[in-house]
Design a protein around this ligand. Structure first.
Ligand code: FE2
Length: 281
């Protein structure tokens, strides 16, 4: 086994998006513009309604997928393809924007805690103009694998012990798992050798090695980019610990960004703005 080491530690950047939602951008900011095929990771966590109540009124996307995973609170999704649903705690929404979708993402609560993540996963050029698609899976649909000292919720992909999440996407083959570790517990898992991978600490302390073989301790809201290898090995500190482990097959294509659109070329971005302005989404 060739264990992946940490090659970069990233702390998120506080920002505002939508109609004024306070969030932390972890991927998609200067310290980590992307981690092919992942274009963006936003984390939000607040019990102050002023931070989230304005939500994300109708806006377009083209060229990639958005994955929303909610830990606390409720969000209502609506789009111009006729999909509507409320994501509840422990649930996910996986939206393939493809050639274009206009959607809104609004908190379905006036108070209390809203906490979760939105991950953008790129689509290859051959599939950027595919028909939009939408799937929603509540907490009961997310399989849980119990191991000695850990519990793993599998959102997409498959663990080495064969637990499969409800979503599979062969284009980027994403593994997306939410791992809870007892204090002072070890976690070892295979990761496809051709994937890029990261972990994001939700709570507690994750201890693992960096590329200089130095022991690193990662805390709440820190992301670690992993180098190449076919597995990950880490342990928790002396508290209960929770983290996301995400990996995916890089596309190795040029990335052109224009706000809510991610294409291969600037011309395709201009086309996306023009199509949207003409009401062709
Ligand atoms: Fe959106």
């Amino acid at each position: 086994m060739n264990t992946r080491k940490v090659k970069q530690v990233v702390s998120g950047q506080a920002t505002t998006d939508g109609a004024g939602v306070e969030l932390v951008r972890v991927i998609g900011q200067p310290a980590l513009m992307d981690l092919d095929p992942f274009l963006l990771l936003d984390a939000f966590r607040s019990d102050d309604p002023d931070d989230y109540i304005a939500g994300f009124p109708p806006h377009p996307h083209r060229g990639f997928e958005t994955v929303t995973y909610l830990l606390n609170g409720r969000m209502r999704h609506q789009d111009n393809a006729g999909n509507e649903g409320v994501i509840e705690p422990g649930g996910i929404q996986w939206m393939t924007a493809g050639k274009g979708i206009v959607h809104s993402e609004m908190p379905e609560q006036q108070d209390g805690m809203l906490e979760g993540f939105q991950l953008w996963i790129n689509l290859p050029g051959s599939h950027k103009m595919t028909a939009p698609a939408y799937q929603e899976h509540d907490a009961a649909d997310i399989p849980t694998e119990s191991r000695d000292g850990s519990v793993i919720k599998v959102i997409s992909g498959q663990t080495s012990r064969g637990t499969s999440g409800p979503v599979s996407q062969p284009l980027t083959d994403p593994l997306y798992v939410d791992v809870s570790l007892q204090p002072d517990s070890a976690f070892v898992e295979e990761i496809a050798a051709d994937h890029n991978a990261f972990i994001y600490v939700i709570d507690g302390e994750v201890v693992l090695e960096d590329t200089n073989l130095t022991q690193l301790s990662l805390g709440r809201d820190q992301l670690a980019v992993l180098d190449q290898g076919d597995s990950i090995a880490l342990r928790s500190g002396n508290r209960e610990t929770r983290f996301l482990l995400v990996s995916g097959k890089p596309l190795n294509e040029p990335v052109a960004r224009g706000g809510p659109f991610v294409m291969n070329t600037e011309a395709e971005i201009r086309q996306a703005f023009s199509d949207y302005q003409r009401g062709n989404f």
